[in-house]
Design a binder for this molecule. Sequence first.
Ligand SMILES: [Zn+2]
Ligand SMILES: [Zn+2]
Length: 348
Amino acid sequence: MKAAVFKSVGTPLVVEDVAEPIPGPEELVIAVRACGICGTDLHWTEHHNTDGAWRPLATGGILGHEFAGEVVEVGGETNGGFKVGEAICALPFVSCGRCAACMAGRFYRCSSVDTRATPTLPGAYAEFTRVGLASAIRLPEGVDYRMGALVEPLAVGLAAAERATLQAGSTILIMGAGPVGLSVALWCRHLGARQVVVSDLVGARASRAADFGATEFIDASVETVSDRLHIVCGGPPDVVFDCVGVAGTMQQAIEVVANDGCVVVAGLCMGTDSIVPAIAVVKAIDLRFTMCYEKRHFEVIVELLGNGRLDVAQLITGSVGFDTFCDRFESLKCAGPDLKVMLEPAGT
Ligand SMILES: [Zn+2]
Ligand SMILES: [Zn+2]
């Protein structure tokens, strides 16, 4: 089968013929119909991992963790009720399905979890991929594969929004208008925020933020964020989400949040960063980090998509087949107008 294969840091992925996956006893194999290109993957192929903060990619690794597809094979006798031909999305893990963490839907905490892009669990930038039964979620009628592939990034946003002490009427600042920031904006509106202000250094992202529930947009390249917040929110925001994750943004979040407020760090800063703890201490802020979602996040998003209660089609700004995938992957490394670009393997 065709797959986009990682060769070395700083070089483009290469589409190659690789072995087709064989399902384990509690696994499915799906034909990947859509897989979103994620910023994490872009960074991962560029990062030399000098500080040990992030697992290095092995040569021959296959990325891709935001996917949906059609079941083509069911392994073993325990099929979990899944049948060939069904449409599913899945959490990107294969885990034991039985330990306390798995029972709680927190597969990433399973002691035997396999995550994507490892030698034992290739990702979904491929024609086919393996899926753990416990991780699979059936897509209801009306939720197409592209929508199914958006469930993962939407779950990242929902899990981040839940990390905040957010109440009906809260005022929110979201730093960064990429897919994660916009997903957080959507959920903050859903959860009852009064003001959802999104800031970004790229002013052209303003209209997109409005599509996802932002009440205001601040072009941080020309405006002072705290000044505008005073005008829009009447003071500093109750909650600040750092969805940028480069050195310095956590400190900016601490500086701009209200006294006794909450900062949620969702951005993945790969290098060393520093903060001034005294500012956080004097403000008595709650500083939290967020990384992963649980199965219930996927389930609720799939249900809301099925009921037509989430309008997220505008998150998808492009679609490619394998013929242009590697070039598009490289071009996305420069911040531009794109949000989520999908690999659709059947497109070629
Ligand atoms: Zn992702
Ligand atoms: Zn487990």
